[in-house]
Write a protein that binds this ligand. Structure first.
Ligand code: ATP
Ligand code: MG
Length: 414
């Protein structure tokens, strides 16, 4: 075949689909229990929305966005993340009025032009949640606890939650200044670091090339103003009270410019070098920045593919329950329409109260042997055979395809 899925994309099928559905279902249940409402935003937006919110000098905007022009020369971009779109929708629909609790979640495809590797794709899924209009540190703690609960519902309990505070517009400039001063004294910075030094010095802290050179680098914790300090300690207190283990990591920064105060990342040893399963934090200026009212906000996103990789390593997939496969066969061709009607009935009503079934057959014009061969091939657990003599007595045969035993049962009992 000449065609392949584009680099960095994947076809999702088989048990991965089951895993993904279960992950989304579990996340949704947890979000709803926490009072969150679902929002679905478009897969593409005006490119400027992302440039403005994520930040001009970030990796995402500089090199990872899929930007294109439509026929009317509008500059659009496939969404690289969910927060900016949700914030746009929140402002556009005055959701502060329609949903005054201001708690929302989403799940869907994101697109980033990255170098593909295990756990890093160009099209991937994120499941995320945001709380708007609350500046309370309790909202930060709730968001972190949510991330932990969703992962734990997949059996992923061995996680490390790293948290940090990036301060606010009052205290961050001093830290920034200290960083610029510090980095200017480091020799042989890489190209990216040199370019970002003036515009976005925080990003140097997590440079994959240079960060090992940075010893005694200034830490935000020494620069936090008293409000930010208090805030950060309440977040920590609430997490401790909720038995949510975390590590304060003074070097944690995030790849998006909109964060203020609390940021966090959930890491797992189970998924190799792409170890961040989820990430998020507070972004009190974003909504105003893109044209809304001054609205504090905090949120996070889980990377579905990475969460599934971690879930797989703890045996989560072994518990996935596929529907029971049932085949309806005919020993006599003239019973086809009866068998067909029965197959339709059980797809609607289930069999013995069990609706978690997949029904196959009947197949017209094939010998019973061939029908049974097919039933074996698709690994059905039961085959229900319509045969003339039994049918005339209101009965059918049930074949257990595993141990090959067979019994008769009255049709109206199924
Ligand atoms: P990383 O440092 O791993 O690139 P990031 O800082 O770009 O992550 P966010 O934008 O905060 O990540 O996204 C939240 C989560 O989404 C990540 O923790 C990760 O699990 C997942 N994620 C991000 N980019 C990708 C990708 N290209 N492929 C698969 N999952 C991804
Ligand atoms: Mg990234």
């Amino acid at each position: 075949m000449n065609y392949k899925a584009p680099r960095g994309t994947r076809d999702i099928f088989g048990e991965t689909v089951l895993g993904l559905n279960l992950l989304e279902q579990k996340a949704k249940e947890i979000f709803i229990r926490h009072g969150f409402e679902e929002v679905r935003t478009p897969i593409f937006e005006e490119a400027a929305l992302f440039t403005r919110s994520i930040g001009q000098t970030t990796d995402i905007v500089e090199k990872e966005m899929y930007v294109f022009e439509d026929r009317k020369k509008r500059k659009l971009a496939l969404r690289p993340e969910g927060t900016a779109s949700l914030a746009r929708a929140f402002i556009e629909h005055r959701m502060d009025i329609s949903s005054p609790a201001c708690k929302f979640f989403y799940s869907g495809e994101m697109f980033r032009y990255e170098r593909p590797q295990a756990g890093r794709y160009r099209q991937f899924r994120q499941i995320g949640a945001e709380i708007y209009a609350s500046s309370s540190p309790a909202a930060d703690a709730e968001i972190i606890i949510l991330a932990q609960q969703v992962l734990s519902s997949l059996g992923i309990d061995k996680i490390n939650i790293h948290i940090n505070s990036l301060g606010c517009e009052k205290c961050r400039p001093l830290f920034r200044e200290a960083l610029v001063k510090y980095f200017s004294s480091v020799e042989d910075l890489c190209e990216d670091c040199l370019r970002r030094l003036e515009k976005n010095p925080l990003r140097l802290l997590d440079c994959k090339i240079d960060s090992c050179k940075f010893t005694d680098v200034p830490e935000m914790s020494d620069y936090l103003c008293s409000d930010c300090k208090d805030n950060f300690s309440i977040v920590q207190l609430l997490l401790k009270k909720a038995n949510c283990n975390f590590t304060v990591n003074g070097k944690l920064v995030r790849g998006l410019d909109y964060y203020t105060r609390t940021v966090f990342e959930v890491r797992s040893d189970a998924v190799g070098s792409q170890d961040a399963l989820a990430a998020g934090g507070r972004y009190d200026n974003l909504i105003k920045e893109i044209g809304g009212q001054n609205t504090p906000a905090v949120g996070f996103a889980i990377g579905a593919e990475r969460a599934l990789l971690a879930a797989q390593s703890v045996g989560f997939f072994e518990n996935l329950k596929s529907p029971e496969k049932i085949f309806v066969a005919i020993a006599d061709q003239e019973l086809f329409s009866e068998a067909f009607t029965f197959a339709v009935k059980i797809t609607r009503d289930g069999i013995n109260g069990n609706k978690n079934i997949s029904v196959f057959g009947p197949i017209n014009g094939k010998s019973l042997t061939n029908q049974l061969k097919f039933a074996d091939k698709i690994q059905t657990s039961k085959t229900i055979v319509f045969a003339k003599t039994e049918f005339e007595n209101g009965k059918v045969l049930i074949k257990n395809m595993k141990d090959k035993t067979q019994s008769e049962i009255e049709l109206n009992k199924l």
